[in-house]
Design a protein around this ligand. Structure first.
Ligand code: ZN
Length: 226
């Protein structure tokens, strides 16, 4: 697979229009948090202030103690949605992203039946690598390619999450149609496609390596804001 750079992460962060996300799109991840496997996509959003490049230092909200990493494949929408459009045609490029989640706050809000915005949409909660184009014939191998998150902590290095797009509950095509019909999708929108199992808290000073197959697409280091 010879993916080509489509958009640098810093340009993507400046140009992003709407951030759509899907929850519980990998069975093992739904179960690890004690949630049922959904019967239709569960969509939420983040403000554009959440977007930040997966490059260098990233500050997490001061005082937070339970910010989880959720590694996800992210689509860059480059054409207007219309019924019948193929995911390969509406997508300009794919990136890896981290849908950062304040798990403590999310659990508190879920228990009350309240919206998740506070737990999901905070500043720097939508981390993005650069975007890469796939030629039509490259999509199939991309779906089978493992993407991973490796964390370098003081105790050493470990691979926290590995997933393959082929393991999604709802395919990218299903997600594009579901979001497009309801909300519309237009150039500059991004779609986080859900996280595989292995989510967990980011420790202060941890370095995160986001890899697609053998290629490193982003490296960033997390620390708490003062
Ligand atoms: Zn997520």
């Amino acid at each position: 697979m010879a993916v080509q750079l489509y958009k640098h992460s810093s340009d993507a962060v400046r140009e992003v229009k709407n951030i759509f996300c899907v929850g519980r799109n990998y069975g093992e991840h739904a179960l690890e948090l004690g949630n049922a496997v959904p019967t239709e996509p569960m969509i939420f959003g983040k403000s554009t202030h959440a977007a930040i490049a997966a490059d260098g230092d990233i500050q997490l909200p001061a005082g937070s103690t339970d910010i989880h990493h959720e590694l996800e494949v992210v689509l860059w929408i480059s054409r207007d949605y219309e019924p019948g459009i193929q995911v390969a045609d509406i997508t300009g490029g794919i990136a890896l992203g981290l849908d950062l989640t304040d798990r403590e706050a999310q659990n508190r809000l879920k228990a009350k039946g309240h919206p998740w915005e506070f737990a999901k949409g905070f500043r720097h909660s939508a981390v993005l690598t650069s975007f890469y184009t796939l030629r039509p014939e490259e999509w199939e191998s991309a779906l089978a390619t493992p993407f991973s998150l490796t964390l370098v902590e003081s105790e050493g290095m470990r691979t926290a999450q590995v997933g393959r797009m082929a393991e999604m509950i709802f395919s990218l095509q299903t997600l594009v149609d579901f979001v497009g019909r309801r909300f519309d999708l237009r150039p500059g929108d991004v779609l986080y496609s859900g996280t595989p199992a292995g989510v967990g808290p980011l420790t202060d000073g941890v370095e995160a390596h986001l890899r697609f197959g053998d290629a490193t697409w982003g490296v960033c280091r997390f620390g708490l804001a003062p």
